[in-house]
Design a protein around this ligand. Structure first.
Ligand code: ZN
Length: 383
């Protein structure tokens, strides 16, 4: 039974968002093509297009291709009508970017951090956002939204319930940032944001069932099933870094023991290496056998967890992203060998293993894309 009451305002708002999305994704495009693809009346399209032109979210350019008859004026999305901010809070870094409305990075800033108490990180995030805002080009709408990715469990109100690798519990991140900057803020689990980004811009574009593995200090997993992000009942899905691979194993920051991320993460690597991943990469590039061996060991453990994931979901693609993707040269082969040796044979056919091409940018670009989507769909200033 249909229980939603559709008032006229809502219908118009949705139609306008639809027209804007079509222009955004299929530009250059004519009014006639929009009417044909959307199924809306030509007159409706015309009036919505006029509103969008007035709001400077789109612009027109001279006659386009014609299939005979009058040559149509074509429409473009105005990607610099405003900007979005993306922040990725890691356990040992904070990365911030300013993007245009199509996800192109305009400004970026990366800070290494050694301490992660909530107030310390909030101060840093605040100054990074201020710096992006100060250096942002002029535009009609300014900052349309801020997206933040965190390695932890985030509820629908944007509260970080638990982030073991940051040491955070019940931190009201969304509320605190909205009070400071008075723009809409979206807080997301970093692996979900990374998966969304890979599906939208990256290696995952052509796959229906994709699992994105964010291998940083911890491990998070974003799951796309039938092209939709699977979030579970409360948005808490994908905490596979805490799947137990050794019931008598190493203690984990989550309070349990033998978790996958205790063996297969950047943290596990650094525990052995005693330095930074950049330093280990440098050594490995210079043929240092110990450094290469450390990556191979981490790769083997990554493969063990990926085996469990493949056997569970039967995905058509697995993407490995975040900082360990930088070590592809040494971890790819042990991951593949582990899958070949352990994963159920039927699950290995038609399986694609890829590394993120966006590397450390998956999460920031994912959360800034969430902020843009939210602006286009919901913002009352626009629709
Ligand atoms: Zn754990």
């Amino acid at each position: 039974m249909e229980t939603i009451t559709w008032n006229q305002h809502l219908v118009k708002k949705n139609n306008k968002a639809l027209v804007l999305q079509l222009i955004m994704h299929r530009e250059p495009i004519s009014r006639a093509d929009i009417a044909q693809i959307s199924g809306l009346h030509k007159a409706t399209v015309s009036s919505l297009v006029n509103e969008l032109l007035e709001e400077e979210l789109i612009y027109e350019s001279g006659p386009g291709e014609s299939s005979g008859g009058r040559r149509p004026v074509i429409l473009h999305f105005n990607k610099v009508a405003g900007y979005a901010i993306g922040i990725d809070i890691g356990a040992n870094y904070v990365l911030s970017v300013l993007t245009d409305l199509k996800g192109n990075i305009v400004l970026e800033n990366n800070h290494t951090v050694t301490q992660t108490p909530y107030p310390t990180i909030m101060n840093l995030v605040k100054s990074m956002i201020q710096s992006l805002m100060t250096n942002m080009p002029q535009s009609r709408y300014g900052v349309v939204g801020i997206g933040v990715g965190v390695p932890g469990i985030v509820n629908k109100e944007g509260t970080v319930l638990l982030a073991p690798n940051l040491g955070w519990k019940n931190s009201n991140l969304k509320q605190d940032l909205e009070e400071l900057f008075e723009v809409p803020v979206i807080v997301e689990n970093e692996a979900n944001a990374g998966a969304f980004c890979e599906q939208k811009f990256g290696a995952g574009k052509d796959y229906e069932n994709m699992v994105y593995i964010s291998a940083g200090i911890g491990i998070g997993v974003g799951i796309f099933l039938n092209r939709e992000l699977y979030q579970g009942k409360n948005g808490f899905s994908g905490e596979m870094g805490h799947m137990i691979i050794d019931m008598n194993g190493k203690p984990c920051n989550c309070g349990s023991q033998g978790c996958w991320e205790a063996y297969a993460s950047e943290h596990a690597l650094l525990e052995q290496a005693g330095s930074s991943i950049e330093a280990v990469l440098e050594l490995a590039k210079n043929q240092d056998q110990t450094a290469q061996g450390l990556f191979k060991e981490v790769g083997k453990y990554l493969g063990i967890g990926i085996n469990n994931i493949i056997n569970t979901f039967n995905p058509d693609q697995v993407i490995i992203g975040n900082r360990l993707a930088l070590a592809r040269e040494w971890i790819e082969e042990p991951i593949k060998t582990t899958i070949e040796n352990y994963t159920l044979t039927h699950h290995q056919t038609e399986l694609q293993l890829d590394f993120s091409k966006l590397e450390q940018y998956s999460t920031v670009l994912g959360v800034s894309a969430f902020a843009v989507e939210n602006f286009i769909k919901e913002d009352s200033k626009v629709l």
